[in-house]
Design a protein around this ligand. Structure first.
Ligand code: AMP
Length: 271
């Protein structure tokens, strides 16, 4: 199973990714986590990313793309992965399409966690308090000021991915305001309907997905319907082409029949 979790900071991507990892024996590939590890280890990438991350900006595309490309090749990612925090821009999504194609891999779905922005500040503050309570260090970018910047960056650069993936018929939207447990259940239900995880077989996917993707369909409805219409027209065109091809193949046989009959008559006459 290969999945992207899409959502603003504090929408629960990390939490859901961890739960899905345990449930489906796949790995979570979080560019934020990998970059934080690089910063902590003081690697060249870490040194480049440190200040950008602290200010809530985006690390250059080539860095994150190369991190993800290398990580996908690791043996533990063979069974599947959840991308969390990547892609974050349309160029990153295009680069991902390209690199998956090169690696002969297919994306199963993009799950968008939709949340009310007003709840995000509370969530991030809660996350910081919980981290402090565990005696761990709080993320430097988990402050209200930086969150505002990260949210603005999400709206401007990452939200266009909703359109990008809905056009490609990959997007499924889940209400991220439900409880953690309910969100996991809903994501699993969607993935099962898709046939991406064991359970119900894929033929029921369309029925299941129609229900699951309802909120997404509402927003991206026009685009999705237009895409459907286009693919319907394409299917019709293909059908009529194949019909005319069949006719074209049949015609010579019909013509050939009298020839055979003539030959037989000649042979009989000779006899
Ligand atoms: P996250 O843990 O996903 O919230 O990411 C934390 C920070 O890491 C972000 O605010 C960015 O500075 C950086 N980062 C993570 N993923 C990406 C990405 N795909 N592209 C650019 N920067 C990223």
């Amino acid at each position: 199973m290969r999945l992207i979790l899409l959502g603003p900071p504090g929408s629960g991507k990390g939490t859901q990714a961890q739960r899905l990892v345990h449930k489906h024996n796949i790995v979570q590939l979080s560019t934020g986590e990998m970059l934080r590890a690089a910063v902590a280890a003081g690697t060249p990438v870490g040194l480049q990313a440190k200040d950008i991350m602290a200010a809530g900006g985006l690390v250059p595309d080539e860095i994150v793309i190369s991190i993800i490309s290398d990580r996908i090749d690791q043996p533990d990612a063979r069974n599947g992965f959840i991308l969390d925090g990547f892609p974050r821009t349309v160029p990153q999504a295009e680069a991902l399409d390209e690199l998956l194609k090169r690696k002969h891999m297919k994306l199963d779905a993009v799950v968008e966690l939709r949340v009310n922005e007003s709840a995000l500040l509370d969530r991030v503050e809660k996350r910081a308090a919980e981290t402090r309570a565990r005696g761990e260090e709080v993320r430097v970018d988990d402050t209200p000021e930086v969150l505002v910047k990260r949210l603005a960056s999400y709206r401007q650069l990452t939200e266009p991915l909703i359109h990008y993936y809905s056009e490609r018929r990959k997007l499924l939207t889940v209400d991220g305001m439900m409880t953690i447990e309910a969100v996991t259940r809903e994501i699993t239900r969607i993935l099962t309907a898709l046939g991406a995880v064991e359970g119900k077989a894929a033929p029921t996917a369309q029925k299941g997905l129609r229900k699951a993707a309802r909120p997404a369909a509402r927003k991206a409805g026009k685009v999705a319907r237009a895409a459907k219409k286009t693919s319907k027209t394409a299917r019709k065109a293909a059908k009529s082409t194949s019909k005319s091809k069949k006719k074209a193949v049949k015609r010579p046989t019909r013509k050939a029949a009298p020839k055979r009959a003539k030959k037989l008559t000649k042979k009989r006459a000779k006899r």
